[in-house]
Write a protein that binds this ligand. Structure first.
Ligand code: AVJ
Ligand code: FE
Length: 445
């Protein structure tokens, strides 16, 4: 069932679908919070992250605000804790010193909110009001929880100690037919008006023209990135922007986060496991400045987000923009590495069913891909339903990431989905691919 098809569903079918999505999100949150002891739940594992118990109660509080109080019109469950879990009221670094709900209190609060929400779901018309049309507010809260699941995975990755998370290995990779794919110039439809659960920053759909360009068939691999490291890329100012070089110096960057050198071998720590860096996996835990420097060293550049989206969804046979690289069907385990199934990226080429019409691979899942673009509103942007989701972040402080990571849930992953972060951040599951301008004679390929 595709999200577009949810529009054609009976309200009963849509309610079943929403309940399943809420349940799937909650199961992931519970897995990540049950995996550690109480001390690890309340501890701050990095000043960049909240304590896990904050994320958990914040998930419940957002759900209460939108679905119990607004959609349901019910009495508050715990109005007294709203401020504690308001992400704008307290910086992550300050959250451990707040009088937060303890693990048991947080669990019973979150469960009580969910019980009420399932009752609200039964009684709410899923039409007639924009907030609940096609279940939007429920979809927004599903995506919110899944985004915090990804945040909690980043916290787990920063946690020091014995491993507590495990997953089966990803499928094997395969070599691409060619290293780069030619994307013809011209207009394509960017963004969406059709996805019922698309967030405000993905709207409206609008025509965008791009010049012809080449894009890497795959994200940059660890082996390719090691070549940059070993060629002295971190010590050559030529490859870095002034801000990037200043950050590289100040932060002492020398390799992706979580890597260390062991004799002749690069190793990484992944959820407490120390392992050799897999050469064919997309590199992850690099910041935008590192991605940008690598691209310049390689004689290329990062793609703009318009270029990324055209490579991901433009079908040259019809001129249409697809929902996903493979077509209009929702993602399955055959299309892409998503939802934490493997707790790591897959080697490039592991998902032949996920290829785009032009032949670009691994666009959805594996690693978020840094683009060259600042996070700015599309022409015709209209904030909905609250300014603190997107609008307050627009400007030149944040760079856009596309495509989702291995940690991202399909409910929060679309070719139109826009993520953003500061260019210095690298605890997120982010890598990149490169692009370059085409020359006029390339049009003959
Ligand atoms: C869209 C991933 C940047 O985690 O800061 C979570 C998502 N917004 N709670 C974030 C979000 C409110 C957001 N990102
Ligand atoms: Fe949040």
């Amino acid at each position: 069932m595709t999200a577009i098809e949810t529009l054609r569903h009976s309200p009963e079918q849509l309610r079943v679908r929403i309940a399943e999505e809420l349940d799937r999100a909650r199961n992931r949150s519970i897995t990540l919070t049950d995996a550690v002891d109480r001390e690890d739940l309340v501890r701050q594992h990095s000043p960049l992250m909240s304590p896990l118990v904050w994320d958990y109660a914040h998930i419940g509080n957002q759900e209460e605000l939108w679905l119990v109080r607004d959609v349901g019109g019910r009495e508050p469950v715990r109005e007294d804790i709203d401020n504690l879990y308001d992400a704008f009221a307290h910086k992550r670094a300050d959250r451990p010193s707040l009088p937060l709900l303890g693990p048991d209190e947080a669990r019973s609060y979150v469960a009580e909110v969910r019980r009420k929400v399932l009752d609200v779901l039964e009684r709410t018309p899923l039409e007639g009001r924009r907030l609940t049309e096609a279940g939007f507010a429920f979809g927004m809260i599903v995506q919110h929880e899944q985004q915090h699941v990804e945040t909690m995975l980043a916290t787990h990755q920063l946690r020091v100690g014995a491993p507590v998370l495990d997953a089966p290995a990803p499928p094997p990779g395969r070599a691409p037919a060619s290293d780069e794919v030619y994307v013809p110039g011209g207009m394509f439809l960017m963004g969406t008006d059709l996805e019922p659960w698309a967030l405000d920053n993905e709207r409206p759909a609008h025509a965008v023209g791009v010049e012809p360009f080449w894009i890497d068939a795959d994200p940059v691999t660890n082996a390719q990135y090691i070549a940059f490291v070993e060629a002295g890329g971190y010590d050559d100012e030529r490859w870095w922007t002034p801000a990037g070089w200043a950050h590289r110096q100040a932060a002492g960057l020398a390799a992706p986060q979580f890597w260390h050198r062991d004799g002749d071998t690069w190793r990484r720590t992944r959820f407490g496991h120390v392992e050799e860096v897999p050469p064919q996996e997309p590199v992850q835990h690099v910041c935008w400045y590192e991605a940008d420097a690598y691209a310049r060293w390689a004689g290329k550049r990062l793609p703009t987000e318009a270029e990324w989206e055209k490579a991901a969804r433009y079908d040259p046979a019809t001129g249409r923009s697809l929902r996903y690289p493979w077509g209009d069907d929702d993602p399955t385990a055959a299309h892409a590495n998503l939802a934490g199934a493997h707790l790591q990226p897959a080697p490039v080429g592991a998902y032949p069913d996920g290829v785009s019409p032009l032949g670009v691979r691994g666009l959805i899942g594996d690693v978020w891909e840094w683009t060259s673009s600042d996070f700015t509103p599309y022409p015709g942007f209209a904030m909905f339903p609250y300014p603190e989701y997107s609008e307050v972040f627009f400007g030149s402080d944040y760079k856009v990431l596309r495509g989702g990571a291995w940690a991202t849930d399909p409910s929060a992953c679309r070719t139109t989905f826009r993520n953003w972060d500061y260019p210095i951040r690298r605890q997120i599951f982010a890598g990149f691919r490169c692009a370059r301008n085409a020359r006029p004679e390339d049009a003959d390929v």
